[in-house]
Write a protein of this length. Structure first.
Length: 117
């Protein structure tokens, strides 16, 4: 199993980024997927979830209306479009599988997002 996150970087407040997560080694199209993030000195938190078909999504209150999770099963890839970024969004972002309230796969290396002027 491998999860490879990409697309992070340094962005100014109010800016946007699109993260990608390329998955391999498991049946991606049969797995709900999720994005988590971990800020310095804080626990990893769940940001967004997407169902197998993409027809159902769920977001943490802190990102609702600003972030959009999507997936391309043909590419074994899950995305996170992040708009209206603020410094509180600074964190390492990770993708993972999701089942019954828990992550299901080994963690990847994540991608760093830094929001700063």
């Amino acid at each position: 199993v491998q999860l490879v996150e990409s697309g992070g970087g340094l962005v100014q407040p109010g800016g946007s980024l699109r993260l990608s997560c390329a998955a391999s080694g498991f049946t991606f199209s049969s797995s709900d997927m999720s994005w988590y993030r971990q800020a310095p000195g804080r626990e990893r938190e769940l940001v967004a979830i997407i169902s197998i078909t993409g027809g159902s999504t769920h977001y943490a209150e802190s990102v609702k209306g600003r972030f959009t999770i999507s997936r391309a099963n043909a590419k074994n890839t899950v995305y996170l479009q992040m708009n209206s970024l603020n410094p509180e969004d600074t964190a390492v972002y990770y993708c993972n599988g999701y089942l019954n309230g828990r992550f299901t796969l080994p963690w990847g290396l994540g991608t760093q997002v830094t929001v700063s002027s």
